[in-house]
Design a binder for this molecule. Structure first.
Ligand code: PLP
Length: 393
């Protein structure tokens, strides 16, 4: 069958591909350790589940407004005020079926054919594909390890053309865990304002930050920056609610209205009971978000120290999210492999450890390891990687 050009041009998600391969090996009876997961390994906190169940029992099983229940918008507005000191009104908030679909809807609402979106590398795998699906053009700017993989204002200035519409800032970052400081954001914001760029600020890992770091949204830094920024966030990572599919955007009311129109013809609304769960997530706190954060931090500290012992591995220590993104170029050549992708494949075949090659994130010398798995499993995987490396060198 002849398909549309836009789907032909799509790159399949590298994270899902490795997960599928790992599952296949598991199904054949192999003892596979998968470090590809992009979701917390904890259950959703009980008070959230209870709120969703109660909503269904009370008969809240029908359509809601396309951009979400007023009570959920209020809860999100309260969260943005409490955590970031930001003031939004209901027409400036859009609730969608996960931050991924919120971003998809955003690019559909924002981009015309040929509009450029600046994407710092390493990037989350879906940004370029979503931009392309909206007939936009991803413009990659290489983040250098010596700057913690972060986009610099000079790089942003150089990448801007008369077709640039937006820039994506993802702090903390998937896959690197890097976080921008307020000064760094301010400097990037100046360039964005100078060129009238829309700032897409993906803050989905906001609650998962370590080493005493604090999170700043670029929208907090001035009213001008707030007006230019679309904040993207959701409950998936903060409240271990990946399957519930609730994310949101906060920003310019005209854009939010366009996204709402799009949603009214695509999703109709995010799942009603999941919205009730999200209201509980944003209005109550039983300490579980902090408990999960602490568990991730403990894992990170142990796992990082072990990881950098492996011959040839270097790694910028992440400040957030739940991934390690080491450079393994030297390890791969010590092992005699031509590139990281074939090294990752051999590691899965021989030692049954699934990592995600950095090529899918625009960083072909790196691999991504998720520590959203038990520390025991993670350390067992590191032992296998070390054994694999030592056997090849
Ligand atoms: N943004 C980033 C950087 C992510 O890593 C993810 C999920 O992996 C998302 C957005 C989407 O999250 P969700 O659609 O589960 O809300």
């Amino acid at each position: 069958m002849k398909l549309a050009k836009r789907v032909d041009a799509l790159t399949p998600s590298s994270t899902l591909a490795i997960t599928a391969k790992a599952k296949e090996l598991k199904a054949q009876g192999h003892d596979v350790i998968g470090l590809g997961a992009g979701e917390p390994d904890f259950n959703t906190p009980q008070y959230i589940i209870d709120a969703a169940v109660k909503s269904m029992e009370e008969g809240h099983t029908k359509y809601t407004p396309a951009a979400g229940l007023p009570a959920l918008k209020d809860a999100i507005i309260g969260k943005l005020k409490q955590d970031q000191g930001l003031d939004y009104q209901a027409p400036e908030v859009f609730v969608g079926t996960g931050a991924k679909h919120v971003l998809y809807t955003l690019f559909q609402a924002l981009l015309d054919e040929g509009d450029e979106v600046i994407i710092p590398t390493p990037y989350w795998v879906s940004y370029p594909e979503q931009v392309k699906l909206a007939f936009g053009v991803p413009v990659y700017v290489t983040g250098h390890e010596e700057f913690g993989f972060k986009l610099t204002p000079e790089q942003l200035e150089t990448a801007v053309t008369d077709k640039t519409k937006a820039v994506i800032i993802n702090s903390p970052s998937n896959p690197t865990g890097a976080m921008y400081s307020p000064d760094e954001l301010k400097a990037l914001g100046e360039v964005a304002l100078k060129h009238d760029l829309i700032i897409v600020s993906d803050e989905i890992y906001e609650k998962l930050i370590y080493g005493g770091a604090s999170h700043t949204s670029i929208a907090e830094l001035s009213p001008e920056l707030k007006a230019q920024t679309i904040v993207i966030n959701g409950v998936s990572k903060s409240h271990s609610m990946t399957g519930w599919r609730i994310g949101y955007a906060a920003g310019d009311a005209t854009l939010i209205k366009a996204m709402t129109n799009l949603a009214s013809h695509s999703t109709s609304n995010p799942t009603t009971s999941a919205q009730y769960g999200a209201i509980a997530a944003y209005t109550k706190d039983d300490g579980s978000v902090e408990t999960m954060r602490k568990a991730f931090e403990e894992r990170l500290n142990v796992a990082y120290e072990k990881l950098i012992q492996i011959p040839g591995v270097s790694c910028v220590k992440p400040q957030g999210a739940f991934y390690l993104f080491p450079n393994v170029r030297e390890t791969v050549s010590l092992c005699g492999f031509p590139d990281v992708d074939t090294w990752v494949e051999a590691l899965l075949e021989e030692e049954k450890v699934a990592l995600v090659p950095g090529s899918g994130f625009g960083a072909p010398d790196n691999v991504r390891l998720s520590y959203a798995t038990s520390l025991d499993q993670f350390l067992a995987a590191l032992e296998r990687i070390e054994r694999f490396v030592l056997s090849k060198t």
